[in-house]
Write a protein that binds this ligand. Structure first.
Ligand SMILES: [Ca+2]
Ligand SMILES: [Ca+2]
Ligand SMILES: [Ca+2]
Length: 214
């Protein structure tokens, strides 16, 4: 299904599979109700979507697994408008930026694309309630100094499943400096981090002890 609508997308208690392809634009709210719903933006435009509601809740116990996929679609999201998904997939060729400074995503998240918090300010915090599967790029603003200048942060409340996520760092006015302790905290994993799951710096910018994955 290719959707172009000025009234959003609605689905009943059944399972839906919706693909928004290149050239299609969704405007308004999306509400998919009960069932296991799959909504994929494959080149489609989601800039006019006001609410992405996968339906029911974000608990897998009811066996409803709602999946929101961005594949070749890029844009700005406010996490508060993205609700009731059990899984969010950010595929390669998708750059997803987050609006505002505090974003809380409640879903398991898998990204082989780009999660982008770069806007020239180091006040952005993205927190994810769920497990994270890496492989893509995480773009952050950092003041590369002794650690006092601040940095955008990404916090994973669940487990880091697998994959190497490349950290793309933009230095926001830092003049360098020697950090102490854990350095500049960028990524926190509250759950488990198995061997093979990691983050690495993709930059010639050197921040001593900078990469703290805890
Ligand atoms: Ca449904
Ligand atoms: Ca759901
Ligand atoms: Ca930022």
């Amino acid at each position: 299904m290719s959707a172009t609508s000025a009234m959003g997308i609605y689905n009943d208690a059944g399972d839906s599979v919706i693909t928004v392809a290149t050239g299609a634009t969704v405007i308004g709210s999306i509400s998919l109700g009960d069932g296991s719903d799959q909504l994929s933006f494959v080149g489609g435009d989601f800039s006019g979507v006001t609410t992405f509601d996968g339906g029911d809740d974000a608990d897998v116990a009811d066996t409803f697994i709602d999946t929101l996929t961005f594949d070749g679609s890029s844009g700005l999201l406010s996490a508060a408008d993205v609700i009731n998904w059990e899984m969010i997939l950010i595929e390669a060729d998708s750059n997803i930026a987050f609006d505002g400074v505090e974003n809380l995503v409640t879903a398991n998240l898998s990204s082989t694309g780009e999660i982008n918090l770069q806007d020239g300010s180091t006040d952005d915090n993205l927190t994810q309630i769920g497990d994270f599967n890496g492989g893509g790029t995480l773009s952050l603003d950092v003041v590369a100094d002794d650690g006092s200048g601040g940095a955008d942060t990404f916090t994973i409340q669940g487990d880091l499943i697998s994959g190497t996520t490349v950290l793309n760092i933009a230095n926001v006015g830092g003049a360098g400096g020697e950090t102490t302790g854990d350095g500049i905290l960028l990524v926190t994993v509250a759950g488990n981090s198995p061997p093979g799951a990691s983050a690495s710096l993709d930059s010639t910018l050197l921040i001593p002890h900078s990469l703290a994955v805890t």
